[in-house]
Design a protein around this ligand. Structure first.
Ligand code: ZN
Length: 323
């Protein structure tokens, strides 16, 4: 029988990495087969990580994985979501616009399904520096809370956020408090997605909405880039969800999906650009060097990107409503 702990020994990893075996997050089975080997292509850090496919339910997940304490070094200040404000010279306005556009896309998506006003209580799980929450607070007066396991986060106005530091499912958050809980690219990083879904149900008010965006394994960009697909992002991504497993995971927790979207707020172009970069040039993306080709490529591809919501390029989002 395939043994993940034996298999990982064949890969190239420093001796300080101690791995733990994981059962399938969806069905609990230990019967799995090799799927692919992934690396931290974004920052270029060392390590080769194993993704397996569950033989009983087909979920793809990282197995074995680094324990929670061991994963922290992969979320240092180089990690893209945690980057602070920076001067990009002549391209600064373009870069800032791309960052605020991401928050505006999240806002558009949420607003379609939820009322946003001064009474709205919103919790963003995996909020990083909190720009999305601050945007909603500024525009609608929403009451904003965020949770992130990263310590020492800072940003202008970060203190306006009711912030919880640590693992989501270990937080002491009041029950039935929130109208909306969002998870933008949090769920695929989660060490216990089952506990997190239960926690989300607990902190939401009756009728409250849970919005989750994750990369989509059965998307075009995965077919193009395979192990160099930016959605692999090892070792941070603990599971890679296709549509079927993603929906089954929610069903397992009795969450009713109001809407399934074959796209997200995250720009599909980022996966096209970085996937090509990892495949052709290699791992370790130096933002300083690629920022110009990045925006040039985006401009050239804009006629295609206009239809990105219909092309199943890279992301998926669900909107769930609590009874
Ligand atoms: Zn399974």
């Amino acid at each position: 029988m395939f043994n993940p702990l034996e298999e990982i020994k064949k890969l190239n990893n420093p001796a300080r990495f101690v791995f733990e075996e994981v059962s399938c997050y969806l069905c609990g089975s230990n019967n799995c087969e090799k799927f692919l080997v992934g690396e931290d292509d974004l920052t270029g850090k060392e390590g080769e990580f194993l993704y397996v496919k569950c033989k009983s339910c087909s979920l793809v997940y990282q197995n074995p994985r680094l324990p929670v304490a061991g994963i922290k070094e992969f979320y240092d200040s180089e990690y893209i979501a945690h980057r602070k404000k920076k001067d990009w010279g002549i391209l600064t306005p373009l870069f800032e616009r791309a960052m605020t556009k991401h928050d505006r896309e999240k806002e558009k998506l949420v607003k379609k399904y939820c009322d946003l006003n001064a009474h709205t209580e919103i919790l963003d799980v995996g909020c990083a520096v909190g720009t999305f929450l601050l945007h909603l607070n500024k525009k609608y007066g929403c009451k904003i809370s965020g949770v992130d396991f990263k310590e020492g986060l800072s940003y202008p106005d970060f203190d306006k956020i009711n912030f919880y530091q640590g693992l989501f499912y270990e937080q002491n958050i009041p029950e039935k408090k929130f109208d909306v809980v969002t998870m933008w690219h949090f769920f695929e990083h989660d060490y216990d997605p089952n506990l997190s879904l239960e926690m989300a149900k607990k902190v939401l008010k009756p009728g409250g909405k849970l919005i989750i965006e994750v990369p989509r394994l059965d998307s075009r960009t995965f077919k193009w880039f395979k192990s160099k697909w930016p959605g692999v992002q090892a070792p941070q991504h603990t599971a890679l969800y296709d549509k079927k497993c993603f929906l089954e995971m929610l069903k397992k927790h009795n969450l009713v999906v109001e809407e399934y979207l074959p796209y997200g707020a995250f720009p599909a172009y980022f996966y096209i650009f970085t996937g090509m970069y990892f495949k052709i040039i290699g791992k370790g993306l130096n933002l300083n060097k690629i920022i110009f080709p990045y925006f040039l490529g985006q401009f050239l591809l804009s006629p295609v990107l206009w239809f990105q919501k219909k092309l199943n390029l890279s992301m998926q989002t669900v909107v769930c409503q609590l009874p």
